[in-house]
Ligand binder design. Structure first.
Ligand code: CP
Ligand code: NVA
Length: 310
C-alpha cells in the first residue's frame, strides 16, 4: 500500500525528509523545464481548500498537480457549506471520500488538524496562522540552488515573528541553516516553535537566535529575509503594527550593514515602502522572483511526498 502522510508543520519532517524534498524539487525543476515532468500523480485528485486569498501557493499547487498528471480542484471556503456553518469535521469526512489529498490555507491551524483527522487523507498546510511550511521548503531549495549548501549559512529574518518565520526556524533547524530573527519586542516567533526548533537544531548544529537590532542581525547574514508586517488575519492591528515595525524595514541602508554577498528574500506579496523598499526588491541582490518561481517545484515535490508517489 502507498504510504501517505500529512505535512502540517516543518516539524513533521525529519532532516532526511527535508533534504530529500529539496533535492526532489531540483530534479522536478529540471524535468519540468525540459517539458518532461514525470506523471507521478496520475489518478490523484487534489482538493485545494482556501479560506484566504493566494496568488502563488494556489497556482503553483494547481499547476504542479496538472503537470504531474493529477487532477486539482479549487474549493473556495466561502463557496462551501462551511460558510453557512457546516462543521469542518463533516466537511472533512465528505471531502476525504472524494479526494486523495487536500491542500488547505486556513486562519486557524486547528482547522488543518481537524481536516487531516476526519478526512483520513494527507493534508498539506498551504499557510495557517501558525506556519507556512511549503514556503520554507521551497525557500530552502532556492538557497540550496543559489549557494550549493545550507549548513553553516546564516539567514537573518527581519520583521514579524510570524507563520513564515516559524517555518523557517524549523527548516533551518532541520537542515543546519542558522536563523537569526530580528523583531520588535512583543513580535517574537512562537515560543513553543522556537523550543522545538532549538531541540531539532541540536542534531544539525544550526544556531537559532533573536537579536533585537536589525543591523546587528544582518552583520554576518548570507540571506536577509523579510515578510509582510500585517499578515492575513492581523488586519485589525494594522495601525500599531506599522508603527512598531518602522525600524525593521529592509532597505539599502540595512543592506549596507550586511556582508557584500548577502542576498535578499521575500516570500511575497511585498509592500514596497513598508517591510522592503522598491530598490532592494528590484535590485541585483534580490532572489524574490526566483524564490516565487521555485514554489512550483516545491509544490510538485510536496504533492509527490504526501501522496506517497515519485
Ligand atoms: N508566498 C505566498 O504564499 O504567496 P501567496 O499568498 O500568493 O500564495
Ligand atoms: N505572513 C504572511 C504570508 C503571506 C504569504 C501572511 O500570513 O499573510
Amino acid at each position: 500500500m502507498t504510504e501517505t502522510r500529512s505535512f502540517l508543520s516543518v516539524s513533521d519532517l525529519s532532516s532526511s525528509d527535508a533534504e530529500a524534498l529539496i533535492a526532489r524539487s531540483g530534479e522536478l525543476k529540471a524535468r519540468m523545464k525540459a517539458q518532461r515532468p514525470p506523471q507521478t500523480l496520475k489518478g490523484v485528485t487534489v482538493g485545494l481548500l482556501f479560506e484566504k486569498p493566494s496568488t502563488r501557493t494556489r497556482t503553483s499547487f494547481e499547476v504542479a498537480a496538472i503537470k504531474l498528471g493529477g487532477d486539482p480542484i479549487y474549493l473556495s471556503a466561502n463557496e462551501l457549506q462551511l460558510s453557512r456553518g457546516e462543521p469542518i469535521k463533516d466537511t472533512a469526512r465528505i471531502l476525504g471520500s472524494y479526494l486523495d489529498a487536500i491542500v488547505g490555507r486556513v486562519y486557524s491551524h486547528d482547522t488543518l488538524v481537524q481536516l487531516a483527522e476526519h478526512s483520513g487523507r494527507p493534508v498539506v498546510n498551504a499557510l495557517s496562522d501558525a506556519e507556512h511550511p511549503t514556503q520554507a521548503l521551497s525557500d530552502l531549495f532556492t538557497i540550496m540552488e543559489f549557494r550549493g549548501r545550507l549548513r553553516d549559512l546564516t539567514m537573518a529574518f527581519i520583521g514579524d515573528g510570524n507563520n513564515v518565520c516559524n517555518s523557517l526556524l524549523l527548516g533551518g533547524a532541520l537542515t543546519g541553516l542558522n536563523v537569526t530573527v530580528s523583531c520588535p519586542d512583543g513580535y517574537e516567533p512562537d515560543s513553543s516553535v522556537l523550543g522545538t526548533a532549538k531541540a531539532l537544531a541540536k542534531k544539525t548544529g544550526a544556531v537559532l537566535a533573536i537579536v533585537r537590532d536589525p543591523k546587528k542581525a544582518v552583520a554576518d547574514a548570507d540571506v536577509v529575509y523579510t515578510d509582510v508586517w500585517v499578515s492575513m488575519g492581523d488586519e485589525k492591528e494594522e495601525k500599531e503594527r506599522l508603527r512598531d515595525f518602522k525600524e525593521y524595514q529592509v532597505n539599502s541602508e540595512l543592506m549596507k550593514a550586511a556582508p557584500k554577498g548577502a542576498v535578499v528574500m521575500h516570500c511575497l506579496p511585498a509592500h514596497r515602502g513598508l517591510e522592503i523598499t522598491d530598490d532592494v526588491i528590484e535590485g541585483e541582490r534580490s532572489l524574490a522572483w526566483r524564490q516565487g518561481e521555485n514554489k512550483l517545484f516545491g509544490a510538485a515535490a510536496t504533492l509527490e511526498f504526501v501522496a506517497g508517489k515519485g
